[in-house]
Every structure is written in structure tokens, then in C-alpha cells.
Ligand binder design. Structure first.
Ligand code: ADP
Length: 368
């Protein structure tokens, strides 16, 4: 018999909240429970006054869920509710200034990099996937985390339609495809299921994907960021020790205004900008072979120059990129020697070089 929500609730009903002496289920502390093919996700909601002190209870509830027969993985996050509003996760309550907050690294991963954009639809996920593949092809052990929980695209872009296995300690094993280790909430649940999760649950689930997935050993973990500069993206930038960010934009002015917002978000939390990628740059017509500049051209390079950020390269607007993406066979894999793959490889080369330098101590400035 497939595991049901009732099975999980029945097991969790045995866990007693030491503060009230009542079960966590009776007190309605279990929120957003999702059960799918043995994978369980929920939030333990505690009064704001308890905050972090409720961590042992969260661990107990998580252990109780893991102990249920048939459960493969558990995502149990703590959220604190404040005056009726469900605002901050316990760990980010009483939020200190961003720079004062401890940033968390990912065990066994040398560099975590974010691929971000100021708005959706500019090709952020397409660039993230092909950049990860290009880094992998260059010899770096690479992973790809799909952090766009409300609209995960990695299952489609890499044609992955199975659930991840779990290893010792019920840690989630990333799914390997085309040489990449990858994880996406889309592997575990349907999009509409995640839609019931409020921001704090999403943030905590993302942190768990960073800490409870067996990424090690990796040289680079590419994070396909949630679109835009909202709370989810911002919290991720505040809490994860990012080696740098790659910003994707199309060449139009409007898109570039959004790209500036994304750059500002990373700068605020002192994440180095590895550079800007101009996607959907020149269109090369397959019929006449001529170049057309549908969205303009060169806007990202000029914006990068104006902001003092490196320019990483241009990816042409080519129907093939979309067709191959939709088929789950990225251009970097299918046509590794073509001009599109070369464009992604060029970006990857600059990203890898930038990661090398961010690791080195800053050069001494000598005034003569
Ligand atoms: P985002 O992650 O920014 O929302 P996607 O990567 O999902 O954007 O891309 C949006 C759409 O544009 C997809 O259909 C994708 O296949 C297509 N696309 C992205 N980059 C290119 C490109 N360089 N040439 C052609 N189509 C592209």
C-alpha cells in the first residue's frame, strides 16, 4: 500500500511538544504536509517565542517521519509564526543584518555559484544547464541544483522523470545525467504540490537540498536561482556561501534594468559578480544565414562595463537551443562541437577562471 498523509500524521501524532505536553499533530503544528512516492515534506510551525529552541523537536519529528516504513526521504523544516502571520523561518527570525548572518557552505563542494536573472523568461535555466555541462566537459566535477521550486525546469531540460534514491542516513542521492549530479524538487513532487508552500518553507527546503543531498565531491555546484530578486532569492544569497553569481539577461534595456537589480542584490550581500551573459543575442537566420539583432545587441556588454562587472559572452538566439532544451537533450550534449556549444564553453572558461581568482588572496596594491 502506498504511503498516505494519514500514515504520516498517525506517526507524528506520537511526538509530544514538551512545551504544551500535547502532540504536534493535535496542536496543528504540522503544516504543508506533502507525501509523494515515499518522499515526505512538511513544516513544523512553532510560536515565534520558541524559535530556535524548537530545533530538537523538529529533529524528533523528522526522525519519527523517517522511521515510518516506506519513507524514502523527509524534508522537515521549522517555521515560526508571529502574531498570526507566517513570516520567517526560525533560523532567520529576528533577522540580523545580512552581512552579520553566518553563510553556510556545502559539504564537499569547492564552489557554489548562482545563475540568476532579474526576471523570468530570459533563458536563465537554459544558461544554467548548458553552463554546468560546459564546466563538466572542461573537466570540473559539476552539479546542478534547481532552486526554482515553484517552476522547476531541470526535469524537462535534462529529461529526468524518476525519483532520487536515498543513501545512508536517508540522505538524498542526486540523480546523475550527462555527467552532472542534479537535484530538483520537480524530481520529488508535482509543481502544484509545492505551490501550497509558503516562502519560509521553500527557503528551508532549499537549504535542505544544499545540506541533505549527497553532492560531495564536487568542484562546482551551479544553482539555477529562483527568478527575480524576491525574498526566496534574497534569503538564498544571504544564507549560502556563494563563490559568485552569473547574471543572465537579454539585450533589451528593460531586461537590463532587471539585471541591474539582480546585480545589486548580490552586491548587497557581498557575493562577487562573476559576470553577465547576454542571452538571445544575435539571431542567425537558418534560411538566409544573415545576422539579425531582434532584441538589439551588445546591451549586456555595455551594462557590464557600466557596472564594472565582467562580460562573459553572448549566446545566440537559435531555434535549435529551444528545441533541444524542450527535448531534454541540451545543445551542449547533442552538438558539442557546434557554434552554440562553443558560446557556452567560452562562458564556462571565463567562469572557471574567475573562480580561480576569487580563491586567491587579493593582490597587494603598491603605490609608487
Ligand atoms: P528562464 O529560466 O529565464 O525563465 P528559460 O531558460 O526557461 O528561461 O528559457 C525561456 C525559453 O526561451 C525556453 O523556451 C528556452 O528554450 C528558450 N531559450 C532560452 N535561451 C534561448 C536561446 N539562446 N535561443 C533560443 N531559445 C532560447
Amino acid at each position: 500500500m502506498a504511503l498516505s498523509r494519514d500514515d504520516v500524521l498517525r506517526a507524528l501524532d506520537q511526538v509530544i511538544d514538551p512545551v504544551s505536553g500535547r502532540s504536534v499533530v493535535q496542536q496543528d503544528m504540522i503544516q504543508g504536509l506533502v507525501v509523494r512516492d515515499g518522499h515526505v515534506g512538511f513544516a513544523l510551525e512553532v510560536p515565534a517565542a520558541q524559535g530556535r529552541a524548537a530545533e530538537p523537536l523538529r529533529a524528533e519529528v523528522e526522525a519519527a517521519a523517517k522511521a515510518i516504513s516506506g519513507v524514502l526521504s523527509v524534508t522537515a523544516v521549522l517555521t515560526a509564526h508571529d502574531e498570526g502571520a507566517h513570516q520567517h523561518s526560525a533560523s532567520s527570525r529576528a533577522r540580523p543584518a545580512p552581512e552579520a548572518q553566518a553563510k553556510q557552505g556545502v559539504e564537499g563542494v569547492k564552489h557554489v555559484i548562482a545563475v540568476a536573472s532579474g526576471k523570468g523568461g530570459v533563458g536563465k535555466s537554459t544558461v544554467a544547464v548548458n553552463l554546468a555541462l560546459a564546466l563538466s566537459k572542461s573537466g570540473l566535477k559539476t552539479g546542478l541544483l534547481d532552486a526554482d521550486i515553484y517552476g522547476p525546469s531541470v526535469p524537462r531540460l535534462l529529461d529526468i522523470h524518476k525519483k532520487p534514491d536515498t543513501g545512508p542516513g536517508k540522505r538524498i542521492l542526486p540523480i546523475e545525467k550527462y555527467g552532472l549530479k542534479t537535484m530538483s524538487l520537480g524530481f520529488i513532487m508535482r509543481e502544484e504540490e509545492a505551490a501550497i508552500w509558503r516562502g519560509p518553507i521553500v527557503q528551508s527546503a532549499l537549504m535542505q537540498f544544499l545540506t541533505q543531498v549527497e553532492w560531495s565531491p564536487l568542484d562546482v555546484l551551479v544553482v539555477d536561482m529562483p527568478p527575480g530578486t524576491g525574498d526566496i532569492a534574497l534569503t538564498l544569497t544571504q544564507r549560502v556561501a556563494l563563490a559568485g553569481a552569473v547574471i543572465v539577461s537579454t539585450p533589451q534595456d528593460l531586461a537590463l534594468i532587471d539585471a541591474r537589480k539582480a546585480i545589486a542584490m548580490f552586491q548587497k550581500v557581498r557575493v562577487p559578480i562573476l559576470g553577465l551573459v547576454e542571452n538571445m543575442s544575435t539571431f542567425i537566420c537558418s534560411g538566409c544565414g544573415r545576422r539579425h539583432e531582434i532584441f538589439g545587441h551588445g546591451g549586456a556588454r555595455a551594462t557590464a562595463e557600466a557596472l564594472g562587472a565582467p562580460f562573459l559572452g553572448e549566446i545566440p538566439l537559435v531555434a535549435k537551443i529551444r528545441e533541444l532544451s524542450d527535448a531534454g537533450t541540451p545543445v551542449m550534449v547533442t552538438e558539442p562541437d557546434g557554434p552554440e556549444a562553443a558560446a557556452f564553453a567560452e562562458v564556462a572558461k571565463k567562469v572557471a577562471a574567475a573562480l580561480e581568482t576569487t580563491q586567491r588572496p587579493a593582490p597587494k596594491i603598491v603605490l609608487e
